[in-house]
Design a protein around this ligand. Sequence first.
Ligand code: GLY
Ligand code: MN
Ligand code: MN
Length: 430
Amino acid sequence: MKYDRIDKSLYVSNRQKFTSQMAANTLAVFNSNDIYPVSADSTLPFAQHRDILYLSGVDQEESILVLFPNASNPAHREVLFLKETSELIAIWEGEKLTKQTAFDTSGIQTVYWLQQFPTIFKQMMAEASGIYLNTNEHLRANTEVETREDRFIKQVKQDYPAHQVHKSAPIMHKIRSIKNQIELDLMQTACNITEAGVRRLLGFIKPGVWEYEIEAELAHEFLRNRSKGFAYTPIVASGKNACVLHYIENNQQCKDGDVILLDVGAEYANYSSDLTRCIPVNGRFTARQKAVYNAVLHVKNEATKLLVPGTIMAEYHKQVGHLMEEQLVNLGLISLDDIKNQDPAWPAYKKYFMHGTSHFLGLDTHDVGLWHEPIAANMVFTVEPGIYIPAEGLGIRLEDDVVVQASGAPFNLMANIPIEADEIEALMNA
Ligand code: GLY
Ligand code: MN
Ligand code: MN
């Protein structure tokens, strides 16, 4: 791992949060991700499943966590099954968790090698009346591949048809959405690395620079700060490209007079930061660009103030819609008549601002959370309004990551990343 070892008290506390919500005499199983193949013997870099990571800190493939709080054998109340390692295996396969380092990482005393799983799991299931299975219930999840977890679930349902099945997802979504201070510190580190990337760019961007050169500067800055790299596929979109919401080609030359939309964030210790800034290629916004920019900034600042305990996200998104409506009228992009005659299912403002304003952020960039429940202290959200005007070759989005506080305005993890148009201009022309 590039990151420093995380205090294992985080994982002890996370497991306690999960097990305290389990039904009596049940166990829960969490599988690691597979290493995904490319072709021949190539593979994608390993990315751990966020749930086993959250509950154990184990950032390694072929790992299984079992939680069984009522197990008659105290040693089986929390168990890790890991890929076997030894000094000899390490020569060929590199460093893997030993039983000792697995304990140091997770706080879990009982660590078996993976080949022992079938036998021990059978004993545990004979004693348990139900099992928590970890299905992916993220609202936007849309994958075709069968994960290691999916294969496990199929097998369990076949082998143990008489056991009661429970869902881990609602518990995980709830507990993962409220961050521990250790997690907030890790997320702050991710945001600070992103800040270093942005500051590096302000002296680098000039007319004629290519979008991929900007991406390369960021990658360099992220990696030299112990990040694995981008938390999500970066968007470096100059001019009209900024109006393509998921533009990831990053292969165009940036022209004098254009604005570049950068939706880029570093990961740190598997935690995401998620930032958007818009930068004038030549170091100065035109009056029109600045007017649109300041409209978006105003909506972002006002929206942020609404993220207080008790807010319902659906209601919040409606209120942000009204904030945006007002700005779009001021900019002459929509009229009061457009608003009066609008389809309530697709309000007039959506012509220029067609995406959501906020999402949960954490181990996943579009993190899990219970969208229908009131928001609470220590949840982390992005705030990311935008105005996209293809006819003007201009797209502006501004995005910060904020922590909901028990009282008062949210804490902005990106407060130090330049956002005022004047500050960006001053830094580019320093
Ligand atoms: N970068 C992904 C998002 O802003 O949601
Ligand atoms: Mn983003
Ligand atoms: Mn975002």
